[in-house]
Design a protein around this ligand. Structure first.
Ligand code: HEM
Length: 461
């Protein structure tokens, strides 16, 4: 049945669809193929045949939880050696998924979020201190680099009571370098024929083993420290170590705790950092939109020095800027769905139980049938309540879908909205007019070499 699904025209024996592709940018390659081949298409990379879906109709069908579920494949499966049955990489049938989910969900309740707010503000203060220093020295700021410092420190502090000291370093923390190494390696594994991987990637595999060992060591030290101190203030790590399942009384094993800590430290910062970086890129590119967002911050926050928790959710327009950035560049750019039983996708493509397809989110978010012919344009007003209400369901999926959707969605949105607001309030953002957006891929998406020049604006009131 795959025969009817279009694929790139120049398909080589053994190698598959490798003509003219950039192996470092599989998502952007797929976006190009998507435009040529339509809403459901396939790519073959050596012996792997992958079906990709981005049309709003078939993508919405894949969101039907009664027929489809998360599939752990490709890049996600390649992270199993480091994250195992941690929440993100667990197979649906693994008992630790439900256990950890039930134990950790309360860590993202409204009450918990309110508790994180003050810590998020404190970390943001370290970012603005750094940016004030760069500004005084007449230097532009490295946006993705600094957003990564911010989001790593935020999840480390709120979730684990830990301080990586990122802002005191000029280079990224070695945790970040090791993480990027591991994510990049997991992505590269998709681009080589499985049996030859050990040979072709021998050097890379050795570096990856060292990166994984570093991540494990860091996490083990952090957990040891907590066990020694006898408990924190009820943060994610306390829940992982001490909380019993409400109905079974079961606790996470030491090995599973290690995997969850790595999962949360990585999933909890890398994608939010990209989201903030893309949003700042678009704000700098669209001074009119930045002005409107800033006017909202001034109006809602007034003269307050320290915005309260509720004052973040009231920033509707800033939030739309973020949503629109995540529409064009959803920083976790794909998720895979498998058939729970034999079924037909979108009334047209038969799928056997276990067959799977990848939803290509950046293209779903640009389907002209949903977003119009100007889908490539940045326009936060696509997310007014009226527009959202009248749009077809399952057409905006930056946080995945269903039972396995992102557990940290509210956390990320609160953090990113707060930080964008603080930055808009404090600075004018000047992008280098010659800068052309380049997007790097390491399973996640991030703008490359993106710097901003800042000037201080006079605070209102
Ligand atoms: C799952 C995106 C922030 C923790 C996911 C998935 C997506 C996603 C698409 C589903 C993946 C799949 O179906 O295979 C994002 C984006 C973020 C973000 C775009 C920021 C803008 C966060 C944060 C945390 C987090 C801040 C933690 C504090 C997780 C975890 C899962 C997950 C643990 C696995 C959930 C499960 O399967 O039970 N995320 N995420 N994410 N995310 Fe996020």
């Amino acid at each position: 049945e795959l025969d009817r699904v279009p694929h790139p025209p120049r398909r080589l024996p053994l190698l598959g669809d490798v003509v003219g592709v950039d192996r470092r940018k599989p998502v952007q390659d797929s976006m190009r193929f998507a435009r040529e081949l339509g809403p459901v298409f396939r790519r073959r990379i050596f012996n792997k045949e992958i079906v990709l879906v981005w049309g709003a109709g078939p993508a919405a069908d894949l969101a039907d939880e009664s027929r489809f579920a998360k599939h752990v494949g490709l890049g996600v499966a390649n992270l199993r050696p480091i994250a195992g049955d941690g929440l993100f990489t667990a197979y649906n049938h693994e008992p630790n998924w439900q256990l950890a989910h039930d134990v950790l969900v309360p860590g993202f309740s409204r009450d918990a979020m309110e508790g994180y707010h003050g810590m998020m503000l404190a970390v943001a203060g370290r970012l603005t201190d750094r940016w004030d220093r760069e500004l005084a020295a007449g230097r532009p700021v490295d946006v993705p680099g600094d957003m990564t410092k911010l989001t790593l420190e935020t999840i480390a502090r709120t979730g684990f009571g830990h301080d990586f000291g990122s802002f005191e370093r000029d280079r990224p923390h070695p945790f970040v370098s090791a993480m990027i190494g591991t994510l990049t390696y997991a992505q590269r594994l998709n681009a080589v024929p499985g049996p030859l991987a050990p040979l072709l990637l021998r050097g890379a595999a050795r570096r990856n083993a060292a990166d994984m060992a570093y991540l494990n060591r860091t996490v083990d030290a952090l957990v040891e420290e907590r066990r020694g101190s006898g408990g924190g203030d009820g943060d994610l790590l306390d829940r992982m170590l001490a909380t019993e399942h409400p109905s079974t009384g079961e606790k996470l094993s030491a090995q599973n705790v290690r995997r969850q800590v790595i999962t949360f430290l990585v999933a909890g910062h890398e994608t939010t950092s990209g989201a903030l970086s893309f949003a700042l890129y678009y704000l700098a590119r669209h001074p009119d939109i930045a002005a409107r967002a800033r006017a909202e911050v001034d109006r809602v926050w007034g003269a307050t020095g320290r915005p309260g928790y509720e004052q973040v959710a009231k920033l509707r327009y800033v939030r739309r800027v973020l949503d629109e950035s995540l529409r064009l560049w959803p920083t976790a750019p794909a998720f895979a769905r498998e058939a729970r039983r034999d079924t037909v996708l979108a009334g047209d493509h038969p799928m056997l139980r276990g067959a799977w397809a990848l939803v290509l989110t950046p293209m779903l978010h640009r389907d002209p049938a949903v977003w119009g012919e100007n889908a490539e344009d940045f326009d936060p007003d696509r997310f007014t309540p009226q527009a959202v209400r009248t749009r077809a369901p399952h057409t905006f999926k930056p946080f995945g879908t269903g039972l396995r959707a992102c557990i940290g969605r509210q956390f990320a949105l609160h953090e990113a909205t707060l930080v964008l607001a603080l930055l808009l309030r404090r600075y004018d953002l000047h992008a280098d007019p010659a800068y052309q957006l380049k997007v790097t891929e390491r399973l996640t998406l991030m703008p490359e070499d993106f710097r901003l020049r800042l000037s201080r604006r006079a605070l209102p009131g």
